[in-house]
Design a protein around this ligand. Structure first.
Ligand SMILES: [Zn+2]
Length: 215
């Protein structure tokens, strides 16, 4: 099921930037993230989005390098919808490059609060897709700036890829449905992964030995 980030009034639980998260040991490498602008949002908007994305990950102690890819490359990159078992998914390495495509509009029938989807077990292609029109709606409805909403949507979906899971949590970046209060806080501070998520991400980024998998 496509993960969602959206509005839900009355839900205010949120884990803001945590000093605990900042104290996590850094991963072994910087994550390389390439964003493909298939929506025509423009270079400046994309650069600001990438900047916010880098800051959001950094707030969790996860260094990253962001760059823009050529939208014309998307056709050859494709998407990997191959079904895999949980174990096959968990033992595979994190791809050296994490690719994100930003589409202009969501397909018909996709709920307005759905900002994108991810393929956590994909081993090739583009595992993260974001819908620019839905992100714009969240921003225009009193949320953070468009770039900031896009960045949160991207990092949330990347979180699924880094955690190898479609699961959501009650608070933090991996919360499924963001309330108006969540978005208001996201506009003035940087919401991070929970310390548990950071530990899992860092563990996945370690070399696999003897078939061990991350906790
Ligand atoms: Zn999600």
């Amino acid at each position: 099921m496509a993960p969602r980030i959206g509005w839900r009034r009355g839900v205010f639980l949120l884990s803001l930037l945590s000093s605990v998260a900042l104290s996590q040991a850094p991963p072994r490498r910087q994550f390389s993230i390439v964003v493909y602008d298939a929506a025509g949002i423009g270079t400046k908007t994309l650069e600001r989005t990438e900047h916010f994305g880098e800051v959001i990950l950094s707030a969790s102690g996860l260094p990253s390098i962001w760059s823009a890819g050529k939208a014309s490359d998307l056709a050859s990159l494709g998407t990997d919808f191959t079904a895999r078992t949980t174990r096959e998914c968990l033992v595979g390495p994190i791809p050296p490059v994490l690719r994100v495509r930003v589409l202009r509009t969501a397909p018909p029938g996709v709920a307005p609060q759905t900002l994108g989807f991810s393929l956590p077990c994909a081993r090739a292609g583009v595992p993260v897709t974001i819908y620019a029109d839905h992100a714009a709606t969240v921003s225009q409805a009193g949320g953070p700036t468009f770039c900031r909403v896009l960045a949160y949507a991207i990092v949330h979906e990347l979180g699924h890829v880094l955690l190898r899971s479609e699961a959501h949590e009650a608070s933090g970046l991996m919360k499924a449905i963001w309330s108006k209060g969540d978005w208001q806080r996201a506009a003035v501070s940087f919401i991070s992964f929970t310390p548990v998520d950071v530990r899992r991400i860092v563990a996945f980024d370690q070399p696999v030995a003897n078939g061990n998998i991350a906790p």
